[in-house]
Design a protein around this ligand. Structure first.
Ligand SMILES: [Zn+2]
Length: 286
């Protein structure tokens, strides 16, 4: 599934490709992609004549800001956008086509068919599902060390599932959680409230650095991720632990281990990321 760096790369590419284009009409070939409004016909009707003013991102969601509406799009497993000429042959699994007045077309392809689109009156999208419960944006100025600590405070949950939960922090999925925890030297099964102030600061720095480096590399290409122009990201070559089980740790040379934490394949170095026990205050005994 694309995570923040991949969606951000798609967003930047789309901003170059479709800015100021006016939608003439829309074709929906697979109803289930359109979640709101319920009727795809209404979706098409509302979009006709609208111009795309910007493409923004909230967590792993793309937001197409139009004249009167905002289109919220989630790529889920394998959704992808591409800009085509109207005469280009339609590729299989093309489920939604935005036909522009200049003869070009933005096509949404999705082999797995898990992607979603919601259309809201402009501004309303932040107050309703699926965007209304999303947590902190890790690459915005609002993501400070204090805000990060605040989200984790008093949570005895294991740190990995907590970081994956989009209601706390958005955009980090399995890859970037594993990479951030490795960089910070924290075992994925540590309880969140057992982390010291130093560890919290290290983890905060690691999340920001990992995401920034991944965005700079155009995201990671695993499975079928490509950006809006069919280009692949390169951050997978910088993975330190993800997908590297059995390979030597770059710090201590012991083999990277893969296990399952909270139902997700999890990669870490048992030496550099020790599973320390929660410190229990001993009662004074005299
Ligand atoms: Zn190590």
């Amino acid at each position: 599934m694309p995570e923040l760096p991949e969606v951000e790369t798609v967003r930047r590419t789309l901003n170059e490709l479709v800015l100021d284009k006016q939608i003439d009409h829309v074709t929906v070939n697979l109803r289930r992609i359109i979640q709101l409004p319920e009727e795809p016909d209404e979706f098409c009707l509302l979009l006709a004549g609208q111009t795309i003013h910007s493409v923004e991102r909230r967590g792993k969601f793309l937001r197409f800001v139009l004249d009167d509406y905002t289109l919220v799009s989630h790529l889920r497993m394998e959704g992808r956008y591409g800009l085509y000429d109207r005469n280009d042959p339609l590729e299989p699994h093309t489920h939604v086509v935005f036909h522009f007045t200049d003869g070009s077309e933005l096509r949404y392809k999705d082999v797995r068919q898990f992607g979603t689109m919601h259309l809201f009156p402009k501004g309303r999208e932040l107050e309703e599902k699926p965007l209304n419960k999303l947590g902190l944006e890790p690459l915005e100025d609002t993501f400070t060390l204090d805000a990060f600590k605040g989200r984790l405070a008093g949570r005895s949950t294991k740190i990995k599932p907590l970081l994956l939960n989009q209601e706390y922090i958005v955009g980090i999925g399995n890859i970037y959680v594993d990479e951030s925890l490795y960089m910070a030297g924290i075992h994925p099964e540590r309880e969140a409230d057992s982390l010291s102030r130093r560890e919290l600061a290290a983890l905060y720095e690691a999340i920001v650095r990992t995401l920034k480096e991944a965005v700079a590399a155009g995201g990671s290409s695993i499975k079928s991720y490509v950006n809006g122009q069919g280009e692949i990201g390169l951050f997978q070559h910088q993975f330190k632990v993800y997908g590297r089980q059995g390979e030597p740790c770059q710090t201590c040379a012991r083999p990277i281990v893969k296990s399952v934490v909270a139902g997700r394949g999890t990669h870490f170095c048992p030496k550099c990321q020790p599973l320390k026990q929660k410190r229990v205050k001993k009662a004074a005994v005299r």
